[in-house]
Design a protein around this ligand. Structure first.
Ligand SMILES: C[S@@+](CC[C@H](N)C(=O)[O-])C[C@H]1O[C@@H](n2cnc3c(N)ncnc32)[C@H](O)[C@@H]1O
Length: 301
């Protein structure tokens, strides 16, 4: 799938206990083993991201790590907000295309507008499964969802994609003969090894019925020293991440049909999206510097 640069023309499941959820990675992904305990003294990717978004669900270690990142990449806050704007736009696009069920892997701590809220506003009755490796994320999501029986949150790691693909809780919640929107936003870069990212996406794609959609955003290897530095600082302060070239990211979607901009820089996706709330001249210029690629693709029917 071609990559478009800027300027180109172009219910709480009762059987789901904590104990067995610290899944051992299915294969070597390069990602650190999941923590089995609550560790507020160690920065977590979910809480650092929450802090960048202006949230309150974070601790001193997260704020310190986030501040270190901002020192080398002042646009990191804007990047987080832009990524959420892309998520909202993507969910709206999928809802407009008739999708009524979503799986959001690496969903993150609840933010201003979450996948199930955007989806249900666009298409009442939409069903959502949230998955995240972080127990705090899952606990917060469940608290938010206490009154919503169309949305569930489960603790899973994408490092064990077969478990997700065959999960009976997910199978019961969604209808696998109807299209599904699979969201992998700002999460695949935690799979440090390229082979692992390809394999995880390949396996996850197996569960998608024809006509389903895959949405992703991913840290871009753009050759800029700032991106390299930010990746190094984040890797030391939080967890290792891999930036990938647009071509490598596009390979994850091989055989799928591009939707709208296909695989494109985030600034292209957000251009003219008034609901993104990134309309200032400063935002527009800074957005183009952000190393983030976004994509929407459809499984052939
Ligand atoms: C940067 S946040 C992105 C949140 C949300 N997807 C978004 O784009 O707004 C990354 C999330 O991925 C989760 N995560 C990291 N590694 C994961 C894994 N192996 N399996 C599932 N979730 C993971 C983190 O806990 C965190 O909540």
């Amino acid at each position: 799938m071609p990559y478009r640069r800027y300027g180109d023309d172009a219910t709480w499941p009762p059987e789901d206990g904590w104990a067995d959820e610290a899944a051992v990675p299915f294969f070597h992904t390069g990602a650190p083993a999941p923590r089995t305990r609550f560790t507020p003294g160690v920065a977590s990717s979910a809480r650092v991201y929450n802090w960048l978004l202006g949230g309150k669900d974070n601790f001193a270690a997260d704020r310190e790590a986030g501040a270190r990142l901002l020192e080398v990449m002042p646009e990191a806050r804007l990047a987080a907000r832009a990524n959420r704007a892309f998520l909202r736009q993507a969910v709206r696009r999928l809802a407009a295309a008739g999708v009524r069920q979503f799986i959001d892997i690496g969903c993150g701590l609840p933010a201003d507008e979450n996948t199930h809220e955007v989806a249900q506003r666009a298409a009442p009755g939409s069903r959502v499964v949230y998955l995240d490796i972080d127990p705090m994320v899952v606990a917060q999501a469940r608290a938010l969802l206490a009154t919503d029986d169309r949305t569930i949150a489960i603790r899973r790691t994408m490092c064990d994609p077969w478990r997700i693909v065959t999960d009976p809780v997910i199978r019961r919640h969604l209808n696998f003969s109807r299209p599904i929107g699979l969201l992998l936003l700002a999460v695949l870069h935690y799979l440090v090894r390229d082979a692992a990212a390809c394999e995880v996406v390949r396996i996850l794609r197996k569960m998608l019925p024809p006509g389903s959609f895959l949405v992703l955003s991913h840290l871009l290897e753009d050759g800029q020293p700032q991106t390299w530095l930010a990746r190094a600082v984040y890797g030391e302060a939080v967890v290792p991440v891999t930036a990938r070239t647009a071509e490598r990211i596009a390979e994850l979607l091989d055989g799928m049909e591009p939707v709208a901009h296909g695989v494109a820089h985030i600034s292209i996706w957000l251009e003219g999206d008034e609901s993104a709330g990134l309309g200032s001249v400063y935002d527009q210029a800074a957005l183009r510097q952000i190393p983030l690629v976004c994509a929407i693709a459809r499984m052939p029917a």
